[in-house]
Ligand binder design. Structure first.
Ligand code: IPD
Ligand code: CA
Length: 262
């Protein structure tokens, strides 16, 4: 029999509990150093810790909610029967984790009937626990988040990221030749989830990237949107943009001129 329906707040609290546990585990593991294997290309890293974290997150959520579905970056794919599906990136920014560079994160989102209603991003090295509930705002360590009130694209700090396939990277790098001269500067943190939370936190004014997967963005997109960002959700392989409302139109126009997308 399916377990009783949970509220989005209960799903958020469960994600936060599990995310905090994984946070503590990663803070220990990052100091030990881990060998990286590669996946889709020489720059696409994975470690035994990515897999262990995904297994632990699924186990911990299943212990409370045995009928839920899961989709995880490291291969978990189970439909579930409760209407709740968890979208998990056990370590977003694995390259940062391998190099002990701050900015990797754990991303856990809860989707109900196809809509993401709660999300948690835990950033261990920056000691940040971000969360959001659809329609109820976003927080970092319990403090309400609000995007920066940017209105001038030429003074805006914009984060972006690069995929793993050489052709995609070439196109992303080429687009920067148009975008970079028109903004204050670019940041490349190395984790889409952290970048989206950076928009929510007001550390950057916007973030864009092409070719993300749902586990990279599900929790972070909700956190950015609930902090007041305009979020353009992608179709698979499409452009993802999250920006302060005052610069979204200019940023989209700039990206359009850059040749990043067809
Ligand atoms: C990657 C990171 C990176 C982004 C890539 C993602 P991973 O995820 O989010 O910032 O630029 O597109 O694939 O592979 O480190 O989990
Ligand atoms: Ca990822």
């Amino acid at each position: 029999m399916s377990e009783p329906a949970a509220t989005p707040f209960e799903l958020r609290d469960l994600a936060a509990e599990v995310g905090s546990e994984i946070n503590d585990f990663l803070l220990v593991e990052v100091r030990r150093g881990h060998a990286a294997e590669t996946k889709s290309s020489a720059s696409d890293f994975v470690t035994a810790v990515d897999r262990a974290c995904e297994t632990r997150i699924v186990e911990a959520i299943t212990a409370t909610r045995p009928d839920d579905g899961f989709k995880g970056e490291e291969g978990t794919d189970a439909p579930g029967i409760s209407g709740v599906r968890w979208i998990i990136d056990p370590i977003d920014g694995t390259a940062n984790f391998v190099f002990a560079h701050p900015g990797f994160s754990v991303s856990i989102a809860a989707e109900v009937d196809g809509v993401v209603v709660a999300g948690v991003v835990a950033d261990p090295m920056n000691r940040h626990l971000f969360d959001a509930v659809l329609g109820a705002g976003a927080r970092c360590n319990g403090e309400t988040l609000q995007v920066r009130p940017a209105t001038d694209i030429t003074r805006s700090l914009v984060a972006t990221g690069f995929g793993y396939q050489p052709d995609r990277r070439r196109r992303q790098a080429h687009a920067l030749m148009t975008i970079l001269p028109e903004i204050a500067d670019i940041r490349r943190m190395g984790s889409a989830a952290t970048d989206l939370c950076g928009v929510a936190l007001g550390r950057v004014d916007a973030y864009y990237e092409t070719g993300l997967n749902e586990w990279d963005l599900a929790a972070g997109a909700l956190i950015a949107a609930e902090a007041g960002a305009v979020v353009k959700m992608p179709a698979p392989d499409d452009l993802m943009v999250a920006a302060a409302p005052g610069i979204i139109d200019d940023l989209l126009a700039l990206i359009g001129r850059s040749g990043l997308i067809d």
